[in-house]
Design a protein around this ligand. Structure first.
Ligand code: ADP
Ligand code: MG
Ligand code: MG
Length: 892
C-alpha cells in the first residue's frame, strides 16, 4: 500500500528534512524540527504524490487516502489531547500548502479549521476567553470562505469595517465577544447569499474542502505566474500539511511573529524580526497593525517605543533565541522562521532558508565560512551568480542633494528612478514599451507580482520589513521602500501626496531602498564599490576557477569597467563598433561607397590613424593582458547613410553627387544580410580593409608597448570562416603586414591568428582549419542562428511560444542549446585539438555570460569565456561553480 500521509509531533516524525520532494519544503522542515525536539504543534503532511495523482485522475484522490488521513488525525488528537470533530473537546487544525521550492504567498492557509457553532462555545469555555473564541471563528469563516468557497475577502472586510465605524473602534482588538458574534452572523448570511449554501458545520467536510482547495490552488493564476518566473516545473505539485492549532490571539501573553536568523537586507549576524501581541497567522505580514521589533537592539535602532519581545516576554524570547541558533547550526544557513506564542509558550510553525538580497547573501556566506560553519567552497557554491547583478547596479550618488518627500522602511536595497504608476498592469504595459516605472501601492499582494517584476522599484505606504512587498522585492533584487506611511495614495485620482507635494501618474520618482527615502525627480546615481565581502568571495571563486574570464569590449570605457570587474583580457573587440563614432563614420561610409580600390584606400588612409589610436589605447588599458581583435564583420549596409542629410554629408566628403551615392547604396542592399556579404568575405573581396586593420593593430601594439614598457601581444581573429582556404588568404595578408610593420618600426610584435567558429561547416572542418588557426573563439550567437536556421532578429514572433510551450527548453540565444549547438562546439574542440593540441579555445557569444552555458563550456574544457563587462563577475563565479561541479541553490 502506498504511504500518502506522514505524521509529525511529540518530538519525532515519519518524515525528515531531506524529503522535500515528497513533503514539500514546509512539511519536510516541520518534520525535521519535530525530529530535533523543537516545540512543533503535531500534525501530518499529505505528500506531493497525492497532488500528482489528483491531477492525473481528474481531481480524484487515491483510494487509501481517506483512511490514512483519519488515522493521522487520530494520532494528532492523542498528542493534543483533543478529538477532531468532537464539539465537546474539539481539535482545531490549520491546513497549509507547501511545494518543493518555497512559493511565498502563492497558496493560502486556512486556520482554526474544525470550529463551528457548537465547538466555538466549548472553545470559549475552555479558554476562559469568549472574545478569543469568537475572533478565531470569524477568522476561520473569513479564510475558509475566501480560499475554499471563493468568496471575495472584501465582502467580509466591508462587514467588519462597517461595524468598527458604527462603534467608533479603531483596532480589531477593540471588538468584544458580543461584537464578534454579530459579525459571525453577518458573515454566515453573506456566505449563504454568495454560495447559496450555509457555511459548512461538519469539520470533516471543512477539512476535505480545504485540502481540495490547496491542491486546486496549485493551478491558480498566481501560482502559475510564480512558477513561470522562477522556473518551477508544474509536475512537482504541492503537499498539504494539517496541523493542530496553537493560538497567538489568546490575549496579552500570546503573540505571533516572523524572524530571520540574520538580517536579510544587509546579512548582518543579528536576529531580525517582527511580532504582534494577541494576533494570529498572517496579521504580521498583512500590514493591518504595525508590528513590533523582536530584539531590544532592533527596537532602539528603529527608534520605536512599542516594546520588544525581549522585554515583553523574556522567557519565550530566550527560548526563541536558543531555537534560532540551533536551527541555523543545523541547516548551516540563515533561516526564515514563523512562530507563535500561546500564553507564554513558544511554538515553532515554520523554518526555511531565508530569502535575502545579493548583498546579504554574500555577507552571510562569507561570514559563515569565516565562522567555520561552511567551507569557502560552500560559500562560493551558495551565491546565485545572476544575483550579483544587483550589486553591480547603481546607487544614489553620495554627493547628490537629497530632499526626501517621505521616508519609509529600507525594505530592499538599491536605488531606482522611474515614472510613477499605481497599478501592476500599468507597470507591465509601460515596461513592455521600454519605459522605466516605479510601482506605488498602498500595499501589494500576490496579484501584483507581474507589476513588481516590470517595475524598477516599489513603494508601499503600509506594511513592515516582512510585508509581501518587502519579501518579494528582496527576492527579485528590486529596490523597495515599504510602509512609507506619510504618503497618501489616491488610486481613483492617480495621485500621491507626500511632503506637501502632489505627484501624478507619469511624474518621476527616485527611491533608495537602502535607507527608505522617496525622492522627487531623477537623482544622480553612481556605481557601487566592489570591496568587502564581494572581493573576498570573488577571491575564493577565482581560486576555485579553471577557465579564464575575458570581456567583450571595444571602447576604453568598457575596457576599464571590464578590468575593474576582474576581466583577464579582451575576448572580443568588435572593430565595427569603433566605426560608428563621431567623425569617423563619414570616412567609413566613404570607404564603403567608393567604387574603386583607390577610392577605398583614400578613405582607409583617413581611418588608419584613428584605428591605430583606438587599439593602442585598448592595449594600454589591458596592460599586457590578451586582447583579441576581430576584423570587420557586419554587412556593409549597416554603415550606410539613411537620411537625406547624411547622404548629402557623405556625398560632399567624397565629392560625388548624392544620387550616385543613393544608387550605390541600393546596390549594396541584400535580401538576407545575416548570410550575405560580411565577415571574412569582406576581407577577401576588399583585402585593403583587412590590411588597414592589421596595420593599425600592429602599429597600435608598438605604440602601446613603448608607452607601457610591456611587450604587447596581438590576437587577430577572422570572423565567419567556413573553410581553411578563406582563412589562409587573409592570414597571408596579415603576416605580410606584420613583417612590414616590423621592418618599418624595428619592433617585432608577437601575434596569433585565429578564427571564429560560428558556422556549422567551420565546426565540422575544425581539424582542417586548425592547421592555420592558432585559436578558436566560438561565436555562439551566429552559430546558434546558423545551426538552428533561426534569425535572432526575426525570432520574436515565435520563439516566445516555443519556450512557454516547452518546445524548446530555453531561449537558445540566452542559454546555449547544448544538444545541438553544443554538439558542434564539442566536435570543433575535439577536432581542433587533434590537429593542434595547444590550440586556445574560448567562447565570445552572449552565452559567455550565462551561468548554465558557462557550465557547459567547463565541461568541454574551453580555456576561457568572454562576456560583456557587467557580466564578468557573474562569469567568474559561474566558472568557479562549474569547476567545483556545484550549482547555487537559489536563496536570493
Ligand atoms: P505561508 O506559506 O503563506 O507562509 P503558512 O502555512 O506558513 O503560510 O501559514 C501562515 C501563517 O499561519 C503562519 O505563519 C502561522 O502564523 C499561521 N499558522 C499556520 N499554521 C498554524 C497553526 N497550526 N497554529 C497557529 N498558527 C498557524
Ligand atoms: Mg502567507
Ligand atoms: Mg509561512
Amino acid at each position: 500500500m502506498t504511504k500518502w500521509v506522514y505524521s509529525f509531533g511529540g518530538e519525532k516524525a515519519e518524515g525528515t528534512g531531506r524529503m522535500r520532494d515528497l513533503l514539500g519544503g514546509k512539511g519536510a522542515n516541520l518534520a525535521e524540527m519535530a525530529n530535533l525536539g523543537l516545540p512543533v504543534p503535531p500534525g501530518f503532511t499529505i505528500s506531493t504524490e497525492v497532488c500528482t495523482h489528483f491531477y492525473a485522475h481528474s481531481k480524484q484522490y487515491p483510494g487509501e487516502l481517506q483512511a490514512q488521513v483519519e488515522a493521522a488525525l487520530k494520532a494528532v488528537g492523542m498528542l493534543a489531547e483533543r478529538v477532531f470533530g468532537d464539539a465537546a473537546n474539539p481539535l482545531l487544525v490549520s491546513v497549509r500548502s507547501g511545494a518543493r521550492a518555497s512559493m511565498p504567498g502563492m497558496m493560502d492557509t486556512v486556520l482554526n479549521l474544525g470550529l463551528n457553532d457548537a465547538s466555538v462555545v466549548t472553545l470559549a469555555k475552555t479558554s476562559g476567553d469568549e472574545r478569543f473564541a469568537y475572533d478565531s471563528y470569524r477568522r476561520f469563516i473569513q479564510m475558509y470562505s475566501n480560499v475554499v468557497l471563493d468568496i471575495d475577502h472584501h465582502h467580509f472586510e466591508d462587514i467588519l469595517e462597517a461595524m468598527k465605524e458604527d462603534k467608533g473602534y479603531i483596532l480589531d482588538t477593540d471588538l468584544s465577544a458580543e461584537d464578534w458574534r454579530a459579525i459571525i452572523a453577518a458573515y454566515k448570511a453573506k456566505v449563504q447569499e454568495a454560495s447559496g449554501k450555509p457555511f459548512p458545520q461538519d469539520p470533516r467536510q471543512q477539512l476535505w474542502g480545504a485540502i481540495g482547495a490547496v491542491f486546486s490552488s496549485w493551478m491558480n493564476q498566481r501560482a502559475i505566474t510564480y512558477r513561470r518566473l522562477n522556473d518551477i516545473p508544474e509536475s512537482w505539485g504541492t503537499a498539504v500539511s494539517v496541523q493542530a492549532m496553537v493560538f497567538g490571539n489568546m490575549g496579552e501573553t500570546s503573540a505571533t511573529g516572523v524572524a530571520f536568523t540574520r538580517n536579510p537586507s544587509t546579512g548582518a549576524n543579528e536576529l531580525y524580526g517582527e511580532f504582534l501581541v494577541n494576533a494570529q497567522g498572517e496579521d504580521v505580514v498583512a500590514g493591518i497593525r504595525t508590528p513590533q521589533n523582536i530584539t531590544e537592539a532592533a527596537r532602539k535602532a528603529a527608534g520605536s517605543d512599542a516594546p520588544s519581545l525581549e522585554t515583553l516576554m523574556p522567557e519565550a524570547f530566550a527560548r526563541f533565541v536558543a531555537t534560532t541558533h540551533l536551527l541555523e547550526k543545523h541547516y548551516r544557513d540563515m533561516q526564515d522562521l514563523e512562530f507563535t506564542i500561546e500564553r507564554g509558550k513558544l511554538w515553532m510553525l515554520q523554518t526555511r532558508g531565508g530569502k535575502r538580497t545579493a548583498r546579504a547573501s554574500l555577507r552571510v556566506a562569507v561570514e559563515m565560512a569565516n565562522e567555520g560553519l561552511i567551507s569557502q567552497e560552500d560559500a562560493v557554491a551558495r551565491i546565485e551568480p545572476a544575483s550579483l547583478d544587483q550589486l553591480l547596479h547603481p546607487m544614489i550618488d553620495p554627493k547628490a542633494i537629497r530632499n526626501p518627500l517621505a521616508i519609509g522602511l529600507p525594505a530592499s536595497p538599491g536605488a531606482a528612478s522611474g515614472e510613477i504608476v499605481f497599478s501592476a498592469d500599468e507597470a507591465e504595459q509601460l515596461r513592455n514599451i521600454g519605459r522605466k516605472v516605479i510601482l506605488v501601492r498602498i500595499e501589494t499582494s500576490p496579484e501584483d507580482i507581474h507589476g513588481m517584476h516590470a517595475a524598477e522599484g516599489i513603494v508601499t505606504t503600509r506594511g513592515g520589513m516582512t510585508s509581501h512587498a518587502a519579501v518579494v522585492a528582496r527576492g527579485m533584487g528590486k529596490p523597495c521602500v515599504s510602509g512609507a506611511g506619510t504618503i497618501r495614495v489616491d488610486y481613483a485620482a492617480q495621485t500621491m501626496v507626500a511632503g506637501g507635494v502632489t505627484l501624478k501618474k507619469g511624474d518621476i520618482l527616485t527611491i533608495d531602498g537602502g535607507n527608505g527615502q522617496v525622492l522627487q525627480g531623477a537623482i544622480a546615481m553612481v556605481k557601487p564599490e566592489l570591496t568587502g565581502e564581494f572581493a573576498t568571495l570573488m577571491g575564493w571563486a577565482d581560486q576555485a576557477r579553471r577557465m579564464k574570464v575575458r570581456a567583450n569590449a571595444e571602447t576604453p570605457q568598457d575596457a576599464r569597467v571590464a578590468r575593474s570587474f576582474g576581466a583577464e583580457g579582451i575576448g572580443l573587440c568588435r572593430t565595427e563598433h569603433m566605426f560608428f563614432e563621431g567623425e569617423r563614420i563619414v570616412a567609413v561610409r566613404e570607404m564603403i561607397l567608393a567604387e574603386t580600390e583607390a577610392g577605398r584606400r583614400a578613405a582607409l588612409a583617413k581611418l588608419l590613424p584613428i584605428q591605430r589610436r583606438d587599439f593602442a589605447e585598448l592595449f594600454e588599458i589591458m596592460n599586457g593582458l590578451p586582447v583579441t581583435i576581430r576584423l570587420l564583420d557586419p554587412p556593409l549596409h549597416e554603415f550606410l547613410p539613411h537620411t537625406e542629410a547624411e547622404i548629402a554629408e557623405v556625398a560632399k566628403a567624397m565629392g560625388v553627387a548624392p544620387q550616385k551615392l543613393r544608387a550605390r547604396a541600393a546596390d549594396l542592399h541584400e535580401v538576407n544580410p545575416m548570410l550575405g556579404f560580411r565577415g571574412v568575405r569582406i576581407a577577401i573581396r576588399y583585402p585593403e580593409i583587412a590590411e588597414m586593420q592589421a596595420r593599425a593593430i600592429f602599429e597600435g601594439a608598438v605604440e602601446a608597448g613603448a608607452k607601457t614598457g610591456q611587450p604587447i601581444k596581438a590576437e587577430i581573429m577572422v570572423p565567419l570562416v567556413m573553410t581553411k582556404a578563406e582563412l589562409d588568404v587573409v592570414k597571408a595578408n596579415i603576416v605580410a603586414m606584420a613583417e612590414a610593420v616590423a621592418k618599418e618600426t624595428g619592433v617585432v610584435v608577437p601575434y596569433e591568428i585565429g578564427t571564429m567558429i560560428e558556422l556549422p561547416r567551420a565546426a565540422l572542418r575544425a581539424g582542417d582549419i586548425a592547421k592555420s588557426a592558432e585559436f578558436f573563439s566560438f561565436g555562439t550567437n551566429d552559430l546558434t542562428q546558423t545551426t538552428l536556421g533561426v534569425s535572432r532578429d526575426d525570432a520574436a514572433s515565435f520563439l516566445g511560444t516555443y519556450t512557454t510551450r516547452g518546445v524548446l527548453p530555453a531561449d537558445p540565444f540566452v542559454t546555449l542549446d547544448q544538444e545541438g549547438v553544443g554538439e558542434l562546439v564539442k566536435i570543433a574542440a575535439e577536432r581542433g585539438r587533434a590537429t593542434r593540441p595547444d590550440i586556445k579555445l574560448g567562447i565570445c557569444g552572449e552565452h559567455g555570460g550565462d551561468p548554465a552555458s558557462i557550465a557547459f563550456c567547463e565541461s568541454v574544457g574551453l580555456d576561457y569565456v568572454s562576456c560583456s563587462p557587467f557580466r564578468v563577475p557573474i562569469a567568474r563565479l559561474a566558472a568557479a561553480q562549474a569547476a567545483l561541479g556545484r550549482k547555487a541553490a537559489s536563496t536570493a
